[in-house]
Design a binder for this molecule. Structure first.
Ligand code: GAR
Length: 192
């Protein structure tokens, strides 16, 4: 089984979906550590409750983004992780971190990439009158939300949807998709 570190900034519902999936003895990965850039992220408590190693690092405490990210890499390496999953990690990562983990670093994004990179994806899809929306798990490269897709899931946009109702519909799919995509990477079925 591959060892996985998960980077979060908040709620951690995708983290919970990954932890759930890894309970299956046939799942090819274990979540061995969770790192947050926010000490108050609810996902840290979820991980600690599961007996998973946790760490939180505030970028503001570091003199530069590079030093912050180098420390993240050191923490992840102390957990001997093979794969890093971004799960609601709301910071853009720099060149050193991304190239260090390239091919072993994946993210879940709440849109059908390449549509709606960045923030506020649900509101933007609604404002455009999109009829379809969804989520993508992709390899992380330097360009924001630009790396090659591993899996996508689609949902319909329904009459009367708000960003909240639409994001809830997408989130159900995120929780199904992320464990599947991580399993593909852990089994060596996808490469960058
Ligand atoms: C998820 O919807 C994820 O796709 C999104 O943040 C949410 C985190 O929820 N990620 C991004 O927007 C990345 N730019 P969670 O903490 O409950 O998993």
């Amino acid at each position: 089984r591959k060892k996985v570190g998960v980077l979060i900034s908040g709620r951690g519902s995708n983290l919970s979906a990954l932890i759930e999936a890894a309970r299956d003895p046939n799942y090819p990965a274990d979540i061995v550590g969770v790192l947050s850039n926010k000490a108050a992220a609810p996902g840290l408590a979820t991980a600690a409750h599961e007996g998973i190693a946790t760490a939180s690092l505030a970028q503001s405490k570091f003199p530069s983004r590079e030093m912050f990210e180098d420390t993240m890499t050191q923490v992840l390496e102390s957990w001997e992780v093979d794969i890093v999953c971004l799960a609601g990690f709301m910071r853009v990562l720099g060149e050193d971190f991304v190239s260090h983990w390239q091919g072993r670093l994946i993210n879940i994004h709440p849109s059908l990439l390449p549509a709606y990179r960045g923030l506020d994806t649900h509101a933007r899809a609604l404002a455009d009158g999109a009829t379809e929306h969804g989520c993508t798990v992709h390899f992380v490269t330097l360009g924001l939300d630009e790396g090659p897709a591993i899996l996508q899931a689609r949902v319909p946009v329904l009459a009367g949807d708000t960003p909240e109702t639409l994001s809830a519909r997408v989130l159900v799919e995120e929780h199904r998709l992320y464990p599947q995509a991580l399993a593909k990477l852990a089994r060596g079925e996808v490469t960058i």
